[in-house]
Design a binder for this molecule. Structure first.
Ligand code: PEP
Ligand code: MG
Length: 590
């Protein structure tokens, strides 16, 4: 944190989505438990205080009751968890002890609840039994809902925000971020998150400036503070001086003019100086985003992250609903291809109604294809919808989080079952629909030669491949400096996969954020990538960069790159070799 003149404060974080916005801060999702203050209650007011606590408990209980009533019958296991939570409202450990603490220590209800909960939590933390640990999670849920009623904070509904503001939060989940309405939200800043966290990815798709990984912005920034968000440089300025405001207004105009320049050329093909044509496609999360892919000159949708259609609802979408959405995208893009990735749920993209997991390491847990193979009905429903959409254009299916060979066979078996069932019903679909896998777990990269026998294409997901290869949480700002796309280990892994793909005559594409940085093109072309899929707003700059490069030179350059031992060594080599091209693109100057 930098305190500059006249009370202006500068915070430095990670540029999550480029661009500049200036406006009023709107704080969301302050976790009640963390902001609780302690104050003493006089003896005559103690009864009133315990009554206030009981009222908050009753309200939380009523709310849970109505959630249970609304939960569809087929979600029984989820229901029983809610019922177990219901019992906890009257539990001695929580309810009884909080009332006792209020009375004995003569403190406010929030403080008493916080104290009781942290005692209970440390007790459960020492246990190894997973069932009991699950109960600890229930207690946290129940106490959070009581706390929310005590402090009077409603659960934030981002979709319902009325003013045009800049969101400030400790963290925003991908599900929250996908609800953002562009006419209300100018940008956002969060304490957590990194460049390739899903929250950052969505900000880029929405084209709103975002700074992430600020550590404690949500504690420093107050509601209605005027803030500047510089998503290109990763800077947030609180209460800027007039001079700073003018400077940033000018930079904002410059950035917009720069972006418009690239957009003008976005329909030109991505053809290198030595006449090699590359496909540059767009990544989308929601069907509406196809419009951006077309506007920015995308050659298709290279990654449709379908899990977003499963968020912010009470039950799984059915086959018709999914089919309708896929068909819309496929028809709008036709004849350009659409690669539909099957749901990559869990980890940071958990669907509350779908599982009651309490995983200690969710990123290494029941995520992506692992979840689908455990829930064949959910998987088959989606596969039938994808197959049906394939009758309306060029559709390819892509399986995420493949970590071993068996998973590919198992996923294909279920795909065949879905195809057979449609065949029997006489429903039309593309019988030659291509099947691909994400290469985003190191074991899949290492086994690429085996995998290649089973699929039609590979798509390298560098966001996770880097996370899992370098053991760096992609959303943790503390280790963001170790999240290195140009680490020699990553370059070697990509090279291995690309070489295997070439040997087997397989198409190889990259859909991770690494492909959205024009500087990386100098290396990726030389490694032998066939196509790229990037955030729609990055399509124009990536195409422009490709037009300035020469594949033959890039191949020779890789020989030099492979001699480097560190990511800084690679970065310096790239800048020393391609400095003038990178300067022409103007990318680093904004
Ligand atoms: C990736 O991991 O690179 C990827 C494209 O998938 P996601 O970002 O959705 O995890
Ligand atoms: Mg991934």
């Amino acid at each position: 944190m930098l305190n500059t003149n006249e009370g202006e404060i500068q915070l430095h974080g990670i540029g999550g989505s480029p661009g500049i916005c200036i406006g009023k801060a709107y704080l969301v999702g302050k976790e009640g438990v963390d902001v609780v203050e302690k104050y003493f209650i006089s003896e005559e007011n103690l009864k009133k205080e315990t009554r206030r606590f009981r009222k908050a408990v009753k309200k939380a209980k009523d709310e849970l009751c109505s959630i249970i009533e609304q939960t569809p019958k087929k979600l029984r296991p989820h229901d029983s968890i809610l019922e177990a939570q219901m019992v906890l409202f009257k539990d001695k450990m929580l309810y009884g002890k909080t009332i006792k603490t209020i009375e004995k220590e003569m403190v406010n209800a929030e403080w008493a609840l916080k104290k009781v909960v942290s005692n209970v939590k440390s007790m459960f933390d020492e246990m190894t039994d997973t069932y009991l640990k699950g109960r600890a999670a229930d207690i946290m849920h129940v106490s959070d809902s009581i706390m929310q009623n005590l402090v009077g904070s409603e659960k934030e509904d981002i979709a319902a925000i009325e003013k045009r503001v800049i969101l400030v939060a400790a963290d925003l989940s991908p599900a929250d971020t996908s609800q953002i309405q562009l006419e209300k939200i100018m940008g956002f800043v969060t304490d957590r998150g990194g460049k390739t966290s899903h929250t950052g990815i969505i900000a880029r798709t929405l084209e709103i400036p975002a700074v992430l990984g600020l550590d404690n912005a949500s504690r420093i920034i107050k509601n209605d503070d005027i803030i500047i968000v510089d998503g290109t440089k990763g800077i947030v300025i609180i209460n800027p001086t007039d001079k700073t405001l003018i400077q940033y207004e000018e930079r904002k105009d410059r950035y917009e003019a720069y972006k418009a320049g690239f957009t003008r050329d976005s329909h030109l093909p991505a053809e290198t100086v030595d006449s090699v044509l590359f496909q540059v496609m767009g990544n989308i999360e929601l069907p509406e985003e196809v419009v951006s892919v077309i506007r920015y000159g995308g050659d298709g949708v290279g990654l449709y992250r379908t899990e977003f259609q499963y968020f912010n609802r009470l039950d799984f979408p059915d086959e018709h609903e999914l089919f309708d959405k896929y068909k819309d995208v496929v028809e709008v893009m036709a004849p350009r291809p659409v690669t539909i990735r099957t749901i990559d749920v869990n980890a940071d993209k958990a669907i509350p109604y779908a599982s009651d997991l309490d995983e200690i390491n969710p990123v290494l847990g029941l995520r992506g294809i692992r979840y689908c193979l455990k829930k064949p009905d959910v998987f088959k429903t989606q596969l039938r919808a994808i197959l049906r959409a394939s009758a309306f254009g060029k559709v390819r299916v892509l399986f995420p989080m493949i970590s071993c060979y068996d998973e590919v066979l198992h996923a294909k078996r279920i795909l065949n079952q879905a195809a057979d069932s449609l065949d029997k019903e006489g429903v039309d679909f593309d019988k030659n629909m291509e099947v691909g896998i994400m290469i985003e777990v190191p074991s899949a990269a290492i086994l690429a030669d085996m995998m290649a026998k089973e699929v039609d294409f590979f798509s390298i997901g560098t966001n996770d491949l880097i996370q899992y290869s370098l053991a760096v949480d992609r959303g943790n700002p503390q280790v963001a400096h170790l999240y290195q796309p140009l680490n020699p280990a990553i370059i070697r892994l990509i090279k291995h996969v690309a070489d295997v793909a070439k040997d087997h005559g397989l198409e190889i594409s990259m859909c991770g954020e690494m492909a959205g940085d024009p500087v990386n093109m100098t290396i990726l072309l030389g490694l032998g990538m066939d196509r790229f899929s990037v955030n729609p707003q990055s399509i124009p700059i990536i195409k422009s960069m490709i037009r300035l490069l020469n594949v033959e030179d890039a191949r020779l350059f890789i020989k030099e790159v492979l001699k480097e031992t560190t990511d800084t060594g690679v970065t310096e080599l790239v800048h020393n070799t391609f400095g003038s091209i990178i300067f022409d693109i103007g990318y680093t100057e904004l």
